[in-house]
Design a protein around this ligand. Structure first.
Ligand code: ATP
Ligand code: PRP
Ligand code: NIO
Ligand code: MG
Length: 598
């Protein structure tokens, strides 16, 4: 093992340190004692971990977090200090033998079956099935839920962003500063990548999970320079000849030459900004990607939209002062009779400085990467930036200039991307933070962990709300595919039943509505569960994150488009076999008390 691997493992161990048996609800431990006291030490249980509703008003969910669950089972052990702490917080009457029992507990008798991580999954179909000693299986509940719930929610959220953005746009996760604490931030970066993001700004996540780390720079870097004198080192060696070039002279010269193309006089552009961009370019000549909206009057509260105010989006940026309305239609930028809006003027200053530095870099044998826009009407400003790049590319015969990357950020969410798509934009990459990592649209997935069998006897939890009635017993789940190759229905069966067979008619029933049933002749049958943990060890090694990420996309491709669409998607069907249907309803009748009318 190399030093790097060792270092990575140390960090992983530290992070995993949070995930430990005491990361649970107190009631798991008090129940464990009560089970123990009532002689249930040798009872064997089956629990299902599942959710009841898809998040984000969607009709699919991505299952994630399995690898972390396996690591948790592997390390499950109460340390001496854990036992001491439990002795302190539990009542004095707890028998000391219980603590001795806890001290020796491991997951050696647990069996965990699961759906493959990164798969699309649906309500009611258990993601995990946990079998083993009742007490141990009970003690796992909260931790397994916390490991699966956020991971799956984040991966689903990220997959939804990927779907609306399309495959040709890059997505970067920028959310650490806004995430729900350090661990939330780290998990968000990990599962955003799983869901389809291309990279993260979170350096620790990059190191720990081998996720590409990417980034630009902040406004503070630009505002820290106020004049050209703030830059002391202006020389850059040519990429090939190694000859020294004066970037300041070159940039100033280019700024003069291109000011008429960009339609801003060099006097109007900020010298501090030029100094900042130039110094960034000298530091990173092969990775020059600059923030161009710093000198935005709105940032200084002179005018503009206030936080939270929505763009109307279809007619370009409409500044609050009411003087300028600039319209766009795809790549055509039309100046209003009143001149430019403040944001546009700002961007022109940033663009002028960026292009000047990029052309100076070109003289030194380097190609700039692009710009980031973090305010204003992102559709409109991206179109403006692209048309400027195209003009420069044409005038100076530099075709690559027209392809410079345009990154957009600023409170972006799924709806913003959909709206930008409708308006027509020229953005190559979205940097997304707050809405993605906090899952603002739905902050929790409701996975639950329910007892379905004890000592071979099925258990059902009844509820006034039919949706909350559990499906009892040890079950298998199959995904049946239709003739067109798409996934058609997920079918739950009792484990004692034979698996469905390709080409043979299967009766699929709604679990609770008698009249809802259909025959399906599957063209392919996928058994959804594999045993990942048994006899005290991992049976199937978790795949690298990049493969789980690929699995998300290949699994999503098996779904029909109408199930994935953003607005009013079609629900995917989850059914039970005829045998399981009868089993549920017989047990229901046996367990439902008969009321008495008086
Ligand atoms: N063309 C567009 N269509 C729809 N929404 C957009 C468009 N352009 C930007 N947005 C969104 O509109 C919102 C604008 O928010 P806000 O008013 O805070 O931005 P801003 O004032 O330009 O930025 P800042 O406060 O950083 O200066 C953001 O959520 C942004 O993602
Ligand atoms: O908008 P998000 O999706 O959360 O993306 C991350 C944001 O974080 C950065 O700045 P920050 O918000 O800290 O400051 P700023 O808005 O003043 O630039 C960046 O400029 C983005 O705006
Ligand atoms: O690299 C960036 O541009 C970045 C990183 C974090 C937050 N906002 C932007
Ligand atoms: Mg912001």
């Amino acid at each position: 093992m190399s030093n790097t691997d060792l270092a990575t493992n140390r960090i992983m161990a530290r992070q995993n340190g949070i995930v430990q048996p005491l990361l649970t609800d107190l009631y798991q431990i008090t129940m464990a004692y009560a089970y123990w006291k009532s002689g249930k030490v040798n009872d064997v249980a089956v629990f299902d971990l599942f959710f009841r509703t898809n998040p984000f008003q969607g009709e699919f969910t991505i299952f994630a977090g399995l690898e972390e669950c396996l690591k948790f089972l592997q390390n499950f052990h109460y340390s001496d200090s854990d036992i001491e702490y439990l002795m302190q917080i539990l009542p004095d009457n707890i028998e000391p033998e219980f603590f001795a029992y806890l001290k020796d507990l491991t997951c050696k008798d647990i069996k965990l079956s699961a759906i493959e991580e990164g798969s699309v999954v649906f309500p009611r179909v258990p993601l995990l099935r946990i079998e083993g000693p009742l007490i141990v299986a009970q003690l796992l509940e909260t931790t397994l839920l916390t490991l699966v719930n956020f991971a799956s929610l984040m991966a689903t959220n990220a997959a939804r962003y990927r779907m609306v953005a399309g495959k040709n746009v890059s997505l970067l996760e920028f959310g650490l500063r806004r995430a729900q604490g350090p661990d939330g931030g780290l998990s968000a970066s990990k599962y955003a990548y799983v869901g389809g993001f291309d990279g993260t700004s979170n350096v620790l996540a990059g190191k720990m999970f081998n996720i590409p780390v990417k980034g630009t720079h902040a406004h503070s870097f630009v505002t820290s320079f106020s004049t050209l004198d703030d830059i002391t080192s202006v020389m850059l060696r040519h990429a090939d000849s190694l000859e020294q070039y004066n970037m300041l002279e070159l940039s100033l010269e280019w700024r003069k030459r291109i000011s008429s193309i960009i339609d801003v006089s060099p006097e109007e552009a900020s010298d501090g900004e030029l100094a900042a961009l130039m110094s960034y370019a000298i530091a990173f000549p092969t990775g020059f990607l600059a923030l161009v909206d710093t000198y935005d009057m709105k940032r200084y509260n002179i005018q503009g939209l206030r936080h939270g105010q929505r763009m109307n989006g279809h007619s370009g940026y409409n500044s609050n002062c009411g003087t300028n309305v600039t319209r766009i239609s795809n790549s055509t930028v039309i100046r209003s009779t009143y001149g430019y809006s403040t944001v546009e003027r700002t961007l022109r200053s940033g663009l002028l400085n960026f292009c000047a530095v990029a052309l100076a870099l070109n003289d030194c044998g380097y190609r700039a990467v692009g710009i980031r826009i973090d305010s204003g009407d992102l559709a409109y400003l991206s179109v403006l930036a692209r048309s400027t790049f195209e003009q420069i590319a044409e005038v100076f015969k530099l075709p690559w200039f027209s392809k410079l990357t345009i990154v957009a950020s600023n409170d972006i969410n799924e709806e913003t991307i959909l709206s930008l798509n409708e308006q027509g934009h020229k953005i190559d990459c979205f940097g997304i933070g707050t809405h993605l990592v906090t899952c603002q649209r739905q902050p929790a997935l409701g996975c639950v962990y329910k007892l379905v069998e004890v000592n071979g006897q099925p258990r059902i939890k009844l509820s006034q709300d039919v949706g909350k009635v559990t499906i009892p017993g040890h079950k298998e789940a199959y995904r049946l595919f239709g003739a067109d190759g798409h996934a058609l229905i997920d079918l739950l069966q009792r484990s004692s039943e034979p698996a469905p067979i390709i080409g043979q008619k299967v009766l699929c029933r709604h679990p609770f509505q008698e009249s809802k049933r259909a025959y399906v002749i599957p063209s392919k049958v996928e058994h959804l569960y594999k045993v990942y943990w048994s006899d005290g060890g991992i049976c199937i090694s978790p795949k690298p994150l990049s493969e789980v990420r690929e699995r998300v996309q290949s699994s999503l491709r098996t779904l029909r488009q109408d199930i994935k669409r953003n607005l009013n998607p079609t629900p995917y069907k989850v059914a039970v076999s005829d045998d399981l249907y009868n089993f549920i309803h017989d047990l229901w009748l046996q367990n439902a008390p008969i009321g008495e009318l008086s």
